[in-house]
Write a new protein. Structure first.
Lengths: 510, 502
């Protein structure tokens, strides 16, 4: 598929794929704001995300065919240390693919929920804000410049605050949630920019590749270490690393269904990507302070997230909050994989990142379908839906099983890889905690599934009503992907392994 | 057909049967026709494959890699074929029985019932033929998931509770202990999970502590083998309709468990490493404890199915004990027990079901004198009981003999006494049932008339007679069976083939 696309694409698309991937949505966003009707804006958003998806595929193809595994683009032909560089290797090609795939599916699926949840005159503006957010996330993933990353991070975050606040049409609690997110997100971004300041002071450059080449001689430098700490905390906050995740449950619970679904599958992933980029490509896992950060900070926090947030998920009664806490716990798995500090560990973490995007995307899509047809998100509202909405709920069940890690699903494969990576380092106790956290997942997802399939409906008059077909198709694409990649995990695991190798430096690529 | 095609057919056929049952759901007769024809074909395929394996071939089929190094692959060997033969052969008998039982009881959702049954057989075939631990684990879970709707079939509160305990225990132990053990094996063996004759971990330098931890994880992770204290799912699964208890909880599911333990002992650990593992002795104690305590608990149960369930728990430990003896005689005993116990216990369960359909009785104390009205059923029950106890000329005699032989070879002082004690306990809790039914003490009240006017449906009487006959056949067929098994378990077993006495 990638080859066919690369053969069909014109030459300018191949040379300028990297900037176009970001620029198309970014420049179309203001145009969308001017659209008279929400429906046209929606169609344009679908087309735009579709174009970005094609560019992401082209970039992946370019990276895979490139002899050094890197596609570099100098914006405005300014040479590298001065100008902004867009730099794509196997790691961010994978992230771009995740963001654009989920973006495309989410946009297709969004229309019925937007009609139900957003005021008529705000729909075009809503899609405009969404495209800005989408462009920002892609920008974070594509850029090779540390300061430019900050800019895109803020572009995506500020539009996210708007998107979350628009949930106020359905639930007024969206407003404090958005404000809370705004404050926390800004603190995170500030920490990040302070860290970049320290690094700039020590190295005199903002280009990531350049920083990476200059750092080894500055290994004992105080400002480098301070910069590392600030960046770790700042990006950790954006990635909802425990205990910096407090903004996430509310933001996910009260924002419009479509936004929840899109953010859960992409936003924390992109922040985690930036963290991985800093930990592995810019700083090196063999620096003394980074080794201690892995073992003293990241690993305990990852394990704590897995256990504590799974516990919290058990005691929630709102399905969206259950899924939100579970998201923090899943980020814990990824952080655990990253903190092992080996290629196997990093690839397990990235593999789980891919799989988690698929399963959480499907889960939140199914919840959005329920919100649309039955107006409720508590477990009681879900009772008996297995009979009244079998298609929606079967997909939900598949994704839930995948989240638990039942064999033949994608979630099982990622836990298997994580377990292998942990055993390789002799960390059997961490495997025990992973297993324990899976038990908790059995309990919190089991509560929902039991209500769905074994309890009589809370309100028997609710007739048989499925989510509209526009929502079912993307939902089932993701649900079937969970099963397909659970049986044949070659493709995502290959992507994750290439990405992990690329993160460790070009020399290790393939 | 080439053996590779036959393996693929043995896996695809149960799925096709399930689909066929779903399509034919509107007509019960056509639906059952699909089960019979499909079941017959499946048995034929397995027999053909067995002939290939008996001829010394080891056919393989690789379906591709799920992830690098983790392939969904199948490779046949005698022990797996024995399990596949038992499961697919008894499935036909059981389907015949189910028709009588399910219709006689007017059970609901029969189509779902037969579909899940076919899927469970799919899982059992996969377990039996798997070439590595990864494939085995996947199909082990397929078996768990497909049998859950069968346990919860009735849909009332008790059935749901039983189903929940069933699912949580089996999934919990397999993900909690078995999966980490699989991962650990992968790392210890240098990124491989294949079943290797002589033991995958044989050449690896493993400290006794690590080997012990791994063995304990495996032994309790495979909760389907029902070692105490992970046995309690089995009595709780007795809420299922009797055909499920008969085929799945006496044959397919529990035998998949003990088969996995045997397979791990033989092909992952291998005799030498297992011998050098300190925890081997511990698991052997646990197995002996389970044998005796399971039998003692069985004596206290008045509900017939509950008594049979605890008896199953005790009998499964024979296989685990055999596996832990780590020598050819022990392994042979364990393997023979898979077949012998399957035939015997299935007879008993089917008799219990026939009694229930005809009279609605579930308690043993109400069955005195019932043998006059249902003589064939109780004669089958008597034969099954004698086989479980281990008396000649019934199939159950050989495994006990082999296990004792293995214990003596191994200078094990206590296993023989435990086996003798277990037999005595079996006599105490099994034999009174047919004796009191066939020869009630004077003054026993006449049993109540049948709930169903024409008594037990014909299939529910004929099916246990077939398996009872099988118990006797197994005694005389042990020579060929042990010859067939000897490539897997080791070749020091010529003396039975030459006609030794138990």
């Amino acid at each position: 598929m990638i080859e066919a696309l690369m053969n069909a694409a014109p030459a300018w698309a191949l040379t300028h794929a990297a900037p176009l991937l970001v620029m198309v949505p970014l420049f179309l966003a203001p145009l969308l704001a001017l659209m008279p009707s929400g429906r046209i804006a929606w169609l344009m958003a679908v087309i735009t995300t579709g174009i970005s998806f094609c560019f992401a595929l082209i970039l992946l193809g370019l990276v895979q065919t490139s002899p050094i595994g890197v596609v570099s683009y100098e914006v405005g032909r300014w040479p590298v240390p001065l100008g902004i560089e867009l730099r794509v290797d196997a790691l961010n090609a994978m992230i771009l693919l995740v963001v654009t795939t989920i973006g495309l599916l989410a946009t297709v699926f969004s229309w019925p929920t937007v009609v139900a949840e957003i005021n008529k005159d705000k729909r075009a503006l809503f899609y405009s804000a969404f495209l800005v957010c989408f462009a920002g996330l892609n920008g974070v993933a594509i850029t090779g410049d540390a300061f430019n990353l900050f800019v895109f991070l803020e572009i995506s975050s500020i539009s996210t605050y708007v998107l979350v606040a628009l949930g106020a049409g359905r639930d007024r609690r969206a407003l404090p949630a958005a404000f809370n997110y705004l404050i926390m997100g800004t603190i995170g971004a500030s920490f990040y920019i302070i860290g970049i300041g320290f690094l700039y002071a020590a190295t005199g450059t903002l280009n990531m590749h350049d920083i990476a080449t200059r750092l080894p001689e500055l290994a004992g430098h105080r400002s480098v270490q301070a910069g590392f700490a600030f960046i770790l905390v700042g990006l950790g906050l954006k990635a909802a690393m425990w205990p910096l995740h407090q903004w996430l449950p509310n933001a996910y619970s009260y924002s419009p269904s479509f936004v929840t679904m899109f953010l859960s599958a992409t936003a924390t992933k992109v922040a985690l990507y930036a963290l991985i980029r800093f930990l592995f490509t810019i700083f090196r896992p063999d620096y003394a302070f980074e080794i201690s950060a892995f073992s003293a900070v990241l690993m305990p926090l990852g394990l704590a997230a897995m256990v504590v947030c799974s516990f919290q998920a058990v005691f929630q009664n709102d399905v969206r909050r259950i899924l939100a806490y579970s998201s923090v716990a899943q980020v814990g798995y990824m952080i655990l994989g990253v903190s092992i500090g080996t290629t196997a560990g990093l690839s397990a973490g990235l593999f789980h990142l891919l799989n988690h995007a698929m399963m959480k995307g499907a889960l939140f899509m199914a919840v959005a379908g329920v919100v649309l047809t039955y107006q409720g998100t508590t477990i009681r509202d879900f009772a008996g839906l297995g009979r009244s909405a079998p298609w929606t709920m079967t997909a939900f069940a598949i994704a839930a099983l995948s989240l638990i890690g039942v064999p033949l699903t994608a979630g099982f494969q990622s836990k298997l890889q994580l377990g292998f990576a942990l055993f390789d380092q002799g960390m059997w106790w961490a495997v025990a905690l992973v297993v324990f956290s899976s038990f908790l997942a059995v309990i919190y997802m089991g509560r929902v599934l039991e209500a769905v399939f074994f309890q009589p409906p809370a309100n028997p008059r609710k007739a048989r009503k499925e989510a509209p077909i526009l929502m079912l198709v993307p939902l089932w694409i993701l649900a079937l992907a969970n099963i397909y990649f659970g049986i044949a995990a070659d493709l995502p695991l290959g992507l994750a392994r290439d990405a992990a190798a690329a993160a460790f430096g070009v020399e290790a690529f393939r | 057909m080439s053996p590779e095609t036959l393996i693929a057919a043995a896996l695809v056929l149960p799925l096709l049967i399930a689909a066929g049952i779903a399509v034919m759901g509107w007509s019960p007769n056509l639906r059952e026709g699909v089960t019979f024809i499909g079941g017959g074909l499946l048995f034929l395929i397995i027999v053909l494959l067995t002939m290939h394996v008996a001829g010394g071939e080891r056919p393989e089929l690789n379906l591709g890699e799920a992830a690098p190094g983790l392939s969904l692959a199948f490779k046949l060997e005698p022990l797996g074929m024995l399990f596949a033969l038992v499961a697919s052969g008894l499935w036909i008998v059981n389907s015949f029985y189910s028709v009588g039982y399910m219709r006689g009881n007017r059970e609901r959702n029969q189509t779902r019932f037969y579909i899940c049954f076919a899927l469970a057989i799919f899982g059992a075939m996969g377990v039996a033929m798997s070439a590595n631990l990864f494939t085995l684990f996947i199909f082990y879970e397929v078996l768990t998931l497909s049998t859950y709707p069968l346990v919860a079939h009735k849909g009332d509160a008790a059935a749901k509770r039983g189903g929940r305990i069933y699912l949580l225990t089996l999934m919990g132990t397999s993900i909690g202990f078995l999966l980490p053990a699989v991962m650990w094996t992968w790392v210890l063996a240098g990124h491989s999970l294949d079943f290797v004759p002589g033991g995958l971990l044989a050449g690896v330098d493993i400290s006794p502590v690590v080997a012990s931890a791994l063995l304990i994880l495996f032994a309790f992770g495979v909760a389907k083998a029902a070692l105490m204290p992970v046995h309690f799912w089995l009595p709780n699964a007795m809420v299922a309709p009797t055909p499920v208890s008969a085929l799945l909880h006496a044959v397919a599911v529990v035998k998949a468990g003990v088969f996995t333990i045997l397979k791990i002992s033989i092909f992952i650990f291998g005799a030498d490493l297992l011998e050098a593992t300190p925890a081997r002795e511990f698991i052997l104690w646990v197995a002996c404890f389970t044998m005796l305590v399971g039998s003692l608990v069985a004596m206290t149960k008045d509900n017939l199915k509950a008594r049979l369930a605890y008896s199953t728990i005790a009998q499964l430990s024979y296989v685990v004990a055999g596996a832990m003896l780590a020598d050819p005689a022990g392994w042979m005993g364990g393997s023979l027990q898979i077949a012998a116990h399957a035939a015997g216990k299935m007879t008993l369960f089917m008799c219990a079901g026939a009694i229930y359909v005809a009279t609605g009785l579930t308690n043993i104390s109400d069955m005195k004198g019932l043998g006059r009205k249902m003589p064939l059923v109780f004669i089958a029950f008597l034969i099954g009981s004698l086989s479980i106890i281990g008396l000649p000329p019934f199939g159950g005699a050989w495994p006990k003999y082999e296990l004792m032989q293995g214990a003596i070879d191994h200078n094990n002082t206590y296993l023989s006494f435990v086996l003798i004690g277990s037999s005595l306990l079996n006599i105490a809790y099994l034999l009174p049932i047919p004796f009191l039914a066939l020869l009630p003490p004077p003054g026993t009240k006449e049993p109540k008339p049948f709930k169903r006017p024409d008594g037990a449906p014909m299939p529910t009487v004929v099916a246990p007679l077939i398996t009872a006959a099988l118990c006797i056949i197994l005694f005389f067929a042990v020579g060929p069976i042990s010859k067939f098994l000897s490539p897997t378990v080791g070749d020091r077993v010529d003396y039975i083939a030459d006609g030794g006495q138990p």
